[in-house]
Design a protein around this ligand. Structure first.
Ligand code: ATP
Length: 435
């Protein structure tokens, strides 16, 4: 019950301070959808940019990608999603509520009304749609909103070989939306029907898969530490054979201690040549790689790190949520690391009604914003209130311009976590506040 309470507080703070709103709220919402408000977008973009930097920009063996969400339906037939991307569902004969069978403690009784549950059916989670002005019966026009970003990269494998002539190992990396018609969306951003993924398909020689697997495993953990998640909240889990996806020969999930339990944050899977093989067969296009050195032709194997951005945003919100006391007052706030904080610093004039102070503070703000764009201006209410507002949204530093600034170009910088204040030169601010 206590944990549930924490989750409610996080959801409510995230809404009240403009991180995340319920999707379509004024119409009563749409289950499994959320809208990111300005601070949520900023937080999410920071997480994505740090990922892109580590996995694409800082490496020479990675190619960025951005495939279309809609693809030829044959992609999903070949990949196995049309036939098998299903979860088991049961329906209550009394109240008609539907549940995911594998999430129930008792598969016979409805957890809501106690009615008898029907037999388990397979429910395909892909959202089906029609492309073009087609008639209802026209099967040719069926398409799906992609349930994962991965396939957009597999079907472009040959294009990448032809345009970039990469050597093995190399990877394709993509950040994009994915859609799953989850039977029971729940736990805020954890299980939604529309979400974002950051995925890499890393192509290797078949014998080299273990080395690449270990390297990417370490990189994922390094990334999670970059964004400030505490090591003690993360747990690696070797997924046993019976529970792995059919294409995977080895999977390690990283689980996070969410307030509602230890749950999957991301996964690392060895997908063998399953996907390239399936698309080669389905498209009848040769997808083999020709190795100039050994003069061999073969289908590379794949290691796939897959991370849900929204689950990550939620992990960061939960990890950062802090309640403590400062100056005899209790506060609840997001203790974000500087790297992910949506606002790195706030700039205040000490008094709002002194034009010379406001002008100086504006000048400091505008110069600083050129170097560190994620800063905020605030001249509303007294300084104490401004500190509290910035603490709530996790701003690590507050900078106050006062009368001394006018003569000596120094400002007061105040630390969110300790409340301590120090006097520093304006010139030193960029280095102090950059993430
Ligand atoms: P679960 O077992 O929790 O349904 P999964 O094993 O089916 O997840 P994958 O297919 O491995 O998930 O997807 C890769 C990643 O995408 C997951 O680790 C997760 O971060 C994210 N993800 C998957 N489904 C959802 C969802 N419905 N909402 C938000 N993120 C999701």
């Amino acid at each position: 019950m206590v944990e549930q309470n924490v989750m409610e507080k996080i959801v409510s703070l995230a809404k009240r301070r403009g991180f995340v709103y319920q999707g379509s709220e004024i119409y009563g919402g749409l289950a499994g959808t959320y809208d990111y408000a300005p601070l949520g977008v900023a937080l999410k973009n920071n997480l994505k940019n740090i990922w892109w930097r580590r996995f694409v920009l800082d490496r020479e063996d990675m190619y960025g990608f951005d495939a279309a969400i809609l693809m030829n339906a044959k992609v999903w037939e070949s990949s196995g999603h049309v036939g098998g991307f299903a979860d088991p569902v049961v329906e209550c004969s009394k109240c008609r509520a539907r549940f995911r069978a594998d999430h129930l403690d008792n598969e016979e009784l409805c957890p809501t009304c106690g009615g008898a549950l029907g037999s388990v059916q397979e429910f395909n989670m892909m959202f089906e749609t029609k492309v073009g002005a087609s008639s209802v019966e026209d099967n040719q026009a069926i398409s799906y909103l992609r349930p994962e970003t991965a396939q957009g990269m597999f079907v472009n494998f040959k294009n990448i070989l032809d345009t970039f002539h990469p050597k093995l190992p190399f990877g394709l990396a993509q950040i994009g939306k994915a859609f799953r018609n989850e039977i029971a969306p729940r736990d805020f951003l954890f299980r939604t029907r529309e979400f974002e993924q950051m995925e890499i398909e890393y192509f290797v020689r078949p014998n080299d898969w273990e080395v690449a697997f270990q390297e990417l495993r370490a990189e994922i953990l390094a990334y999670l530490s970059d964004i400030g998640l505490k090591t003690r909240s993360l747990h690696e889990l070797e997924v046993p054979e019976g529970e792995r996806a059919h294409y995977s020969k080895r999977t390690i999930d990283v689980e996070f201690d969410y307030p509602f339990g230890q749950k999957e944050l991301c996964g690392l899977a060895y997908r063998t040549d399953y996907d390239l093989q399936a698309h080669q067969t389905g498209s009848q296009v040769d997808l083999t790689f020709f190795d100039e050195g050994s003069k061999e032709r073969f289908l590379p194997h794949v290691i796939e790190p897959s991370l849900g951005v929204d689950r990550l945003v939620l992990a960061v919100l939960c990890d950062a949520y802090t309640e403590d006391e400062m100056g005899g007052e209790s506060r609840a706030y997001f203790k974000f690391s500087r790297a992910v904080a949506p606002v790195k610093a706030a700039v205040f004039p000490l008094l709002k009604n002194k034009p010379e102070l406001v002008a100086k503070a504006r000048a400091v703000y505008e110069e600083l914003k050129k170097v560190v764009p994620q800063i905020m201006w605030d001249d509303n209410g007294n300084i104490g209130k401004r500190y509290r507002r910035q603490d709530e949204i996790g701003t690590p530093s507050c900078i106050t311009i006062d009368f001394d600034t006018l003569s000596d170009n120094t400002v007061t910088i105040r630390d969110r976590d300790t409340g301590s204040q120090s006097r520093v030169a304006i010139d030193s601010l960029p280095a102090l506040i950059a993430g």
